[in-house]
Design a protein around this ligand. Structure first.
Ligand code: KG4
Ligand code: ZN
Length: 335
C-alpha cells in the first residue's frame, strides 16, 4: 500500500510516501528563511508559502509513485490558514484518484515518528508507552495504551517547551528558531556560574515555562550582555527547561509503570535532553525512544506512519475537517 502524506501545520511544507513500511520519500520545504527576519512565524506568510510550495512537492511525490492507494494529511493542531493548504491538496488528490482520505492529529505524528528506524516503520513499542511531545506549540504527556488509544495526562499551562527556547533565544538576540542556537551556545559554555529554578508546578502532569522565561529576563538585566554571559544563560536555561520536562515525565512513568518513554517534537532533537533522559530512565530500566533527527521537526512522514497504523488496525475514519486546536483523542474503541 502506497500512502501519500501531506503536512502544513506551521512553517514546514512537506510531502512523504510510505510504501508499505518503507518511508521512500520525505520532502520538506522549511520556511525558516521567511520567518527569521520577524523572529517568529508569521501566519499569513506561512499560508502563502505553503500554497506556493505544496503543489511542487505533491508533483514530485506523484511522479515517483504514479498513483497513491490512500492520502493522509495533518488536520490539526496548527495554524488555521496553513492547515487548509494540505487539507485542500489532500482532498483533491483523494477525489481524483478515488482513494481513501485520512486526517491525522499532528501530535500523534510526533509520537509515532519514534517508530521510524532507518526510514522503516518498526514495531518497537511495548505498550503502555508514556509519550512526551515537546514542540514549538505543545508540551504534552500522554499515556498510550495501544495504537489509537490515547489518554492525555497533562499539557502546558502557558508556553510550550520549544516556545520557551525560542523566546529565550529572542531575549538573547539570537535568531529564530531558538532551540538549535540555545543548544549550541549551552554546549560552548559547558557550565554556568548560576542556575535558574526548574519550573515545577505541583498540579499533576502539567508544565509551565513562562516563569523560566521571566527569570531569564531578570538575569539579563543584571549585567552587561557579553557573549560569555549569553552562553551561560543559554546553559542555565537549557538545564532548567530539560529538568522540568524530565521531572514530570519521571512522575508519570512511575505512576503508570511504563517500560518505555517516547519523546517526539522539535525539542526532542536536543542532544542534552536526549542524554539526560537516556541516563535518567536507564537507571530504572526504562527504555527511552527518540525519532531519527530528521523526523523530529515537522514532516509528512510522521503522518504517513499514523495512516499506516490506522489501516493496519482497520480503524480508518474519514476525518477531513481541519481544526487548529485539535485535541488528541482515541480513534479506536477502548479495550
Ligand atoms: O515540532 P516542531 O518542528 O514544530 C511544532 O510542531 O511546533 O518544533 C519546533 C520547535 C521550535 O520551538 C524549535 O526551537 C524547537 O522545536 N527545537 C529545539 C531544537 N531544535 C528545534 N529545541 C531545543 N533544542 C533543539 N535542538
Ligand atoms: Zn510539530
Amino acid at each position: 500500500m502506497k500512502i501519500l502524506a501531506l503536512e502544513s501545520t506551521c512553517d514546514e511544507t512537506s510531502a512523504a510516501v510510505a510504501d508499505g513500511r518503507k518511508l521512500s520519500l520525505n520532502l520538506v520545504y522549511s520556511q525558516i528563511n521567511i520567518h527569521r527576519k520577524y523572529k517568529g512565524v508569521v501566519p499569513e506568510a506561512a499560508s502563502r508559502a505553503h500554497s506556493e510550495k505544496m503543489s511542487v512537492l505533491v508533483n514530485l511525490a506523484l511522479k515517483k509513485i504514479k498513483k497513491p492507494d490512500a492520502v493522509a494529511f495533518c488536520r490539526g493542531p496548527g495554524l488555521n490558514g496553513s492547515l487548509i493548504v494540505s487539507a485542500v491538496a489532500a482532498k483533491t488528490i483523494s477525489e481524483f484518484y478515488k482513494v481513501p482520505l485520512v486526517g491525522i492529529n499532528h501530535l500523534e505524528g510526533h509520537f509515532l515518528s519514534c517508530e521510524i528506524k532507518n526510514d522503516e516503520i518498526t514495531d518497537i513499542f511495548k505498550f503502555p508507552v508514556l509519550a512526551l511531545i515537546a514542540s514549538g506549540g505543545h508540551s504534552e504527556l500522554w499515556l498510550v495504551k495501544d495504537y489509537g488509544l490515547y489518554e492525555k495526562l497533562g499539557s502546558t499551562r502557558d508556553d510550550a517547551a520549544g516556545e520557551a527556547f525560542d523566546k529565550t533565544a529572542k531575549l538573547l538576540g539570537f535568531e529564530y528558531p531558538g532551540g538549535p542556537r540555545i543548544e549550541k551556545e549551552a554546549a560552548a559554555a559547558g557550565r554556568a556560574s548560576f542556575s535558574f529554578p526548574s519550573p515545577f508546578i505541583s498540579n499533576g502532569f502539567e508544565f509551565s515555562f513562562s516563569g523560566l522565561k521571566t527569570a531569564v529576563a531578570y538575569k539579563l538585566a543584571e549585567r552587561k550582555l557579553t557573549a560569555s554571559f549569553k552562553r551561560e544563560i543559554a546553559y542555565a536555561f537549557q538545564e532548567a527547561a530539560i529538568s522540568a520536562l524530565l521531572k514530570k515525565t519521571e512522575l508519570a512513568a512511575a505512576r503508570y509503570k511504563v517500560k518505555q518513554v517516547a519523546v517526539g517534537g522539535g525539542v526532542s532533537a536536543n542532544g542534552r535532553l536526549r542524554e539526560a533522559f537516556t541516563k535518567h530512565f536507564g537507571r530504572d530500566g526504562i527504555e527511552v525512544l527518540f525519532p531519527q533527527k530528521k523526523y523530529c521537526s515537522d514532516n509528512a512522514a510522521m503522518a504517513a506512519v499514523c495512516a499506516f497504523r490506522r489501516f493496519e488496525k482497520g480503524s480508518f475514519r474519514n476525518e477531513t475537517k481541519v481544526d487548529a486546536d485539535l485535541e488528541i483523542k482515541s480513534w479506536r474503541k477502548k479495550c
